[in-house]
Design a protein around this ligand. Sequence first.
Ligand code: SF4
Ligand code: SF4
Length: 148
Amino acid sequence: MKKVKIRREDLAPGACLCDHCTGKCCRYFSVPIETPTTWDDFDAVRWYLAHGRTLVYVEKGTWYLLVMTRCQYLSKDDRCQIYWSRPKICREYTTADCEYDDDWIFEQVFETPAQIWEYAEAILPPRRRKRSKTHLPAIALSTPGQAE
Ligand code: SF4
Ligand code: SF4
């Protein structure tokens, strides 16, 4: 049966908001990551974003990696199939402050490798290029017949 999306404030007393949702919170996960400060750090973030269906966002100074992937326990009708033994993180999550009707607005968000690289270029000093292994030191050459 197709779910009817209602506004949070129109929910009848005692009714469950999840009954009107498509399991929005079960279709991604996000984890905090170290704040990138070096070219290598930003290179790692670039790699996360190269995989697609990923976002890196910043909220209150903390950086997060978000991966859009549906939980394997979410049923076709958007119910948790392991409700009574679901992970702690799910048990502690409530409808009181969930993203049911949020549009996912972040303080800062990066969606593509190009975006994070552009940001790194704006805030970091220029990258130092490693010397090529084939680079030979400069030596003075004398032409044939030239006195030493
Ligand atoms: S907790 Fe919120 S986002 Fe998650 S299924 Fe329920 S209403 Fe949807
Ligand atoms: S275990 Fe259940 S509540 Fe937790 S993310 Fe998966 S479907 Fe959602």
